[in-house]
Design a protein around this ligand. Structure first.
Ligand code: AHN
Ligand code: ZN
Length: 328
């Protein structure tokens, strides 16, 4: 062996010694010059989540009654199955506020069904049929891509499904991809036209004997680079303990730039119907108190595309939820 090879072998051994030398056996990462941040015990991979968001968008807009919607639904069910969930596809025909008959599908993946204590993680997977908030009136009848509004929450949950295929938490987990959340009437005085898939699920359990979870966590619009998660009003009313635990976990991981310790507005969303059915539920939703709509500028416009999706927002949400499930 020449000395270059000795040097290489020595370097590898030295690296192995250093990387195994901390007492917990966990990997550490140096940040800056003197700060050392411990990797979480169970790691959420934001690149993987990002690719799941992109994969949904690659089908096109997932508007119910379209080919893109059907194919994406098949993909989501098969990804959950591939990651070891017990999957149920709940098919239903719904009537939207405008009279359209919608062929909808809730997709449910159950992990560790034998565990009694369970929590529900959910996100809507449909795209809104109209970009009715677009600045250009000519585009307001076109469908929304929904990279953020829909695909981001589902992408985070698919990555959590992958995590669950390799790590067993103490509690059981149900993942719900709800359909027809976004075929709602933005001019209506009541909320009944929104979240039709979740409303159906609360009235029709997806299988006989299904026991409700202790609480739910809804992810909605979790992918924008400037996301701000405020403590949503109905979430605080129904599950303030879970809200506080999530926000404290996020802060302990350094994500307090996304999870703001302040109260937000009251949102019409899937969680409202779960709360009404008796499941306390938190909505992690990007709110902008300084905008007219209350949401990010791309909301319900033609600009809700992959261009605005940021891995670090996905990571903040995904790693916070994973740390809630598995501890620090
Ligand atoms: C309101 O329009 C107030 N809420 C709709 C909730 C929503 C739509 N989330 C995503 N798209
Ligand atoms: Zn929407």
């Amino acid at each position: 062996m020449d000395c270059r090879k000795y040097l290489l072998v020595f370097s590898i051994l030295f690296f192995m010694m250093v990387s195994c030398s901390n007492s917990s056996g966990r990997q550490t990462a140096a940040v800056g010059t003197n700060e050392v941040v411990e990797e979480p015990r169970v790691v959420f991979n934001a690149d993987s989540a990002y690719s799941y968001v992109a994969a949904q968008c690659a089908f096109g807009e997932r508007v119910p009654n379209t080919e893109a919607h059907r194919l994406c639904g098949d993909y989501l069910a098969s990804e959950l199955r591939r990651h070891g969930a017990d999957v149920t596809e709940q098919r239903m025909t719904l009537t939207a506020f405008d009279g359209t008959k919608i062929e909808a599908r809730n997709i449910i993946g159950e992990y560790f069904p034998e565990k009694q204590r369970r929590i529900l993680l959910l996100a809507h997977w449909d795209s809104r049929p109209w970009a009715d908030n677009d600045p250009d009136p000519a585009k307001r009848k076109l469908p929304v891509m929904g990279a953020n509004d829909g695909a981001s929450g589902v992408g985070v949950l698919l990555e959590i499904a992958r995590v669950l295929s390799a790590n067993e938490p103490e509690i059981g987990i149900d993942i719900l991809f709800s359909d027809a959340e976004d075929w709602g009437d933005s001019g209506a005085g009541d909320d009944s036209s929104w979240a039709l898939g979740t409303q159906y699920w609360t009235e029709n359990p997806h299988r006989k004997g299904y026991q409700y979870p202790s609480f739910g966590i809804l992810l909605d619009m979790v992918g924008d680079r400037n996301a701000k998660f405020l403590k949503e009003y109905f979430s605080m009313q129904a599950a303030s303990g879970v809200v506080d635990q999530l926000w404290a976990t996020a802060a302990s991981l350094g994500y307090d730039n996304y999870f703001i310790n302040a109260s937000g507005g009251a949102m019409t969303d899937d969680h409202v119907f779960l709360i009404r059915a008796g499941i306390p539920c938190v909505d992690i939703i990007d709110q902008r108190m300084d905008s007219d709509t209350g949401f990010c500028p791309q909301w319900h416009t033609s600009f809700d595309t992959m261009r605005h999706i940021d891995r670090s927002a996905l990571e903040a949400v995904g790693q916070t939820v994973v740390t809630m499930l598995f501890g620090k």
